[in-house]
Write a protein of this length. Sequence first.
Lengths: 326, 277, 296
Amino acid sequence: MIVLIGVSLLIFAIARVIPGDPARIALGPNATAEAVVALRDKLHLNDSFLAQYGYFIADLLRGDLGLSLYTNRPVMADIAQFLPATLELVIVSGIMMVAMGLPLGILSARHRGGWIDHTVRLVTLLGVSAPAFVWAVVLMLVFSYFIRIFPIAGRISDSFSIQTVTGFLLIDTLIAGDFRAFGNTVWHIILPAFALALSGIGQAARLVRSNMVETYDKPFIEMAQAYGFPEKRIARRYAFRPSLIPSLTIIGLDFAAMLGSAFLVEAVYAWPGLSRYGVAVILRKDLNAIVGTVLVISAMFLIVNLIVDLLVSIINPRIRLSQRAS
Amino acid sequence: MKKTLTILTRNPLSLIGLILVGIVVLSAIFADVITPFPEHVGAVVDFSNFNKPPQWPNIFGTDLVGRDLFTRVVYAYRISLVLGIVVLAIAVPVGVAIGLAAGYLGGWTEYLLMRITDVFLSIPPLVLAMSVMGLLEPTLTNGMIAVTVMWWPWYTRLVYNLARSEKEEGYVLAAEVIGASKAHIMVREILPNCVPSILTKMTLDFGFVILIASSLSFLGLGVQPPTPDLGSMVAEGAKYLPDSWWLTVFPGLAILIAVFGFNLIGDALREILGGDQ
Amino acid sequence: MSAPTLKIDDLKLSFKTWSGTAQVLHGISLHIKKGERVALVGESGSGKSVTARIVLGMLQQLKSARIAGSVEFEGVNLETLKPASRHALRGTRMSMIFQDPTSSLNPVYPIFAQFKEVLERAQPGITNEKAREKAISALADVAINEPDRVLDSYAFQLSGGMNQRVMIAMALANNPALLLADEPGTALDVTVQAQTLKLMSELVKKHHTSVLFISHNLGVVREFADRVYVIYKGNIVEQGPTERLFDDPKHPYTRALLSAVPRITGGGIPDLDDDPGRFTAPLVAHEGYSERELLA
């Protein structure tokens, strides 16, 4: 909570220190001096910094992030329109990261020192060595142009019209009961989600591997081996489970970082998410919209980290038991 | 130091890393000598040669106004490396100083400094750099500022954790007992023990700074044309896929090679020196 | 006469490293008869622990390890067994107790989960109820009076001594023929160590379990072992019955080892033999206690 207040203060401060008069920018060069003064009054721009921040927080608590000077609509409405597409992409990527990164890491750790390990390490290092937009372009080139198995852009083909309920097309198509549209949505999201997930998969696999290799040196692993427990069981219950606890925190951070990288992938795949809006408002110095976008993304980021902390406390008996006791 | 280098050259993976980084750094330094058309760095137009696939003497092909792509990629390396050096040269000392102070001094200093650091860490890195960038004019200098602003907290966190555990070590207690000053203990006793981890992180980060900077310029929030930049080259070329594939593939590959090289070395260093995850 | 439980003959071990090979065992021979408690004594790095791991077959998987010589278990040469049948012996016919009981138990599962895994080695598919019943009676044997509470706890919630008892109970739960005890309880307080060792001693006597007791602690060995092998830098240097070896050490290394123990009656730190060259003198077996005589 303290952190969220801090974030809002920081963003607000950055937004206020920049040169230029927001009222003047908003009204354009032809506005009269009276109009500018009037707008400055309306936007509380003549008050002290803290008072301005107070107004800002009061509005924020009412769910009001102000008007976007670029779209002329409430920032909240803009974000509500674009955020679901971004979240859908990030969530699918996050699932890919966990579903592919963890098994790769486990595989690598089980065969530590062998050729499988070396191959996985090399491939995952390659994965983290290029920004998401490079992977997006490469995947598009290979799977949309040379081998034409995936679509080039967008969330769904134009021939479908789906009623917006949640804004998450994967859910909305199911609500509509249109399974062909659902399939079409899946088909559209695979490539961008994979491009976004690649570095996360690499990070997760490398992290799980190194934590597991460290755990493999622990006495309780030797004990399990001495008692002849099956190797797979040792890998799963004795090496992986204990090393999941430190890994999970970092994987949560990586997942949250995807919220940022999503901007890059959306740009390549013309994904109608927060990216185009975000970049557009940044280039136009649309302060309310910038502050709103960054705040919402940071809030998501914090929520993800909270969920991760919760998960860690569930799987770590030490934390679980100490909480029960207190 | 010398021993570390010997180990690096003996391990095949880190040797590849050294070679890749060597190629990148040398080509950036000697860009004027090795590129066939150094004048193509600027706003040159040569419509008789525009949009040509890779061929001699344009081994990476030419761009939409007929400039040699290889030349521009090599010069973009020069800019990326300078950016990486500047960013780390500012972010590391700042981050390390704050982390040392917070970790060793403790008390309200620790509370205040770490809460501020947390605020910076709780905005996704790219988004933070983007918003700083958006409020400034998109230029190279401002790009460096934006990336620096997002980078220092990570060093603060690393050094903070190290300083907190080193604080309990016997050698620190010994220094306190003989009455050494706090500044002396932080700089002369604790700091040297953090150096291996900081160095490892810096090597890995050099690649990631290049990666983030190229992401910013990919979104149009970084270096502006005609200055060559890998990210904006990919962004520009992506509009002409798949026919003019070389416009995106070579700059993209250039980013991959540089970052991969630094990562290979950083990985090996982490195994030799130990360091953070 | 039946074959000894364990018979090691001319066992050699070396590790291949970057700078050549490092010889760890130079050909050691020892045996344990049924129900016999034998100690392998030496300082750290002498090759005691690797011996136990070779018996279990845990070093063989290391690519850098080179092993020669034979290890026979109940008359069967283990090297001739298929890996699967060799693996089947672990945790069932042979088991092991480790130095630090607390860190040898998995921190993310309660004790019962691990106990059941141990029991499953002998009885695959054992039900939870049956496993619990067996675990409770095994814990009763090591004088744990709140077995249910212990089974539902995590290792980090229990004291070191309690964990040590749990380990002993696990090690003997499947009634193995051979127990390898590697510096058991060295990480514990001396009094706790003494208590748990006494428990272990009584149990193995009751079950006629053969024990290879690996230790550097001569006091403990004297209490616990029937026979002693002294190992120095990968060679057995002296062997004999416990009493005679302690009263009349013949090898220079054994003498040095015995005199290195500070006396509780005072007299300062004893003078050590400062000529380690003599420690490499050949094996001395007490009369009637050479491998040849004992196995005849």
